[in-house]
Design a protein around this ligand. Structure first.
Ligand SMILES: [Zn+2]
Length: 242
C-alpha cells in the first residue's frame, strides 16, 4: 500500500460501521478523494475532530483498493469552528462544500483551481469582513468558470457584441444583446450586472460600494445560473437566506 501526503478541505463525512467515517475531501494534489478514517468516532481518537467539514488539514493517506485510508491528520486552518458558530457563514459555507463536490465530477482528477477557490472563499469568510452572501456568490461564479461554465456579464454570450446588455439568460450563458434576446430572460438593473462582473472578477472594492437591492438581485441570478448548470438544484441552497 503506497503512502502519500496531501492538503485538503473536508467536504463531507459519513458514518461507517461502529467507529469509522468515510470522509470526502477536496485535495490540493489529487482533486476529490474519498477516504476511510478509522476509529474517529471514538472519544480517544487521535484525529477525529480534525476531520470535520470545513477543516483545512494536512493528511497522510494510504492508498487502498477502493477507498484510501487516513493515517495522519494535522489541522492547518480551523475554519470549522469559525464557520460553525455563525449561521450566515455556515449556510454559505455548506453551499460552497456541496458545490465543490458536485463540480469536481471525478475522483482523483487534479482540481487545483477549485481547491484554491474553496480555501480562498473559506478564508475570506473567516478572516475578512466580507459578507458571506457575496463571498458565496463570487465563489459560485468563479467555480463555475473554472469548470468551463464561465458566464458573460459584458459581451453578448451568444454573438460577442460588446455590452453592457440588459437581458440575462442562464441557459445562454449570461447577458444577451437585443438581437440575440430570447423570450423568458430576466432584465436585471445595470448596477446588478456590474456587480455580477465584479463578483466574477473578485473586485471587492467595487462589490463594497453596491447596495442591498442589487446584491439580492445578483444572488437570485447567481442561483439561477448555478441551478441551470447542475442537473438538479443544490439541496443546501434552500437554507441560505436569499
Ligand atoms: Zn448577441
Amino acid at each position: 500500500m503506497g503512502l502519500y501526503r496531501d492538503e485538503a478541505i473536508v467536504l463531507r463525512t459519513q458514518k461507517l460501521g461502529e467507529a469509522d467515517r468515510i470522509v470526502t475531501l477536496l485535495t490540493r494534489g489529487s482533486g476529490r478523494v474519498r477516504a476511510v478514517a478509522k476509529g474517529v468516532r471514538r472519544t480517544t481518537s487521535r484525529f477525529g475532530s480534525r476531520l470535520e467539514p470545513f477543516t483545512h488539514v494536512d493528511l497522510q493517506l494510504a492508498e487502498g483498493r477502493s477507498l484510501d485510508v487516513v493515517t495522519q491528520a494535522e489541522t492547518l486552518s480551523p475554519f470549522a469552528g469559525r464557520i460553525g458558530s455563525d449561521y450566515e457563514r455556515y449556510t454559505a459555507g455548506t453551499v460552497m462544500l456541496e458545490t465543490a463536490e458536485r463540480l469536481v465530477v471525478e475522483d482523483k482528477q487534479p482540481a487545483l483551481q477549485q481547491f484554491l477557490l474553496l480555501v480562498g472563499a473559506l478564508r475570506a469568510m473567516c478572516e475578512t469582513g466580507r459578507p458571506p452572501a457575496q463571498v458565496l456568490d463570487s465563489f459560485l461564479l468563479r467555480s463555475l468558470a473554472v469548470s468551463g461554465y464561465a458566464p458573460s456579464f459584458d459581451a453578448c454570450a451568444r454573438c460577442g457584441l460588446e455590452g453592457p446588455h440588459r437581458a440575462f439568460s442562464p441557459a445562454a450563458g449570461g447577458m444577451l444583446c437585443p438581437g440575440c434576446k430570447v423570450p423568458g430572460t430576466a432584465s436585471p438593473a445595470r448596477e446588478t450586472v456590474a456587480l455580477l462582473g465584479a463578483l466574477l472578477a473578485g473586485d471587492w472594492d467595487a462589490v463594497a460600494t453596491t447596495d442591498l437591492r442589487h446584491r439580492r438581485e445578483a444572488t437570485t441570478l447567481v442561483s439561477a445560473y448555478l441551478s441551470w448548470h447542475l442537473e438538479r438544484g443544490l439541496k443546501s441552497l434552500a437554507h441560505v437566506e436569499r
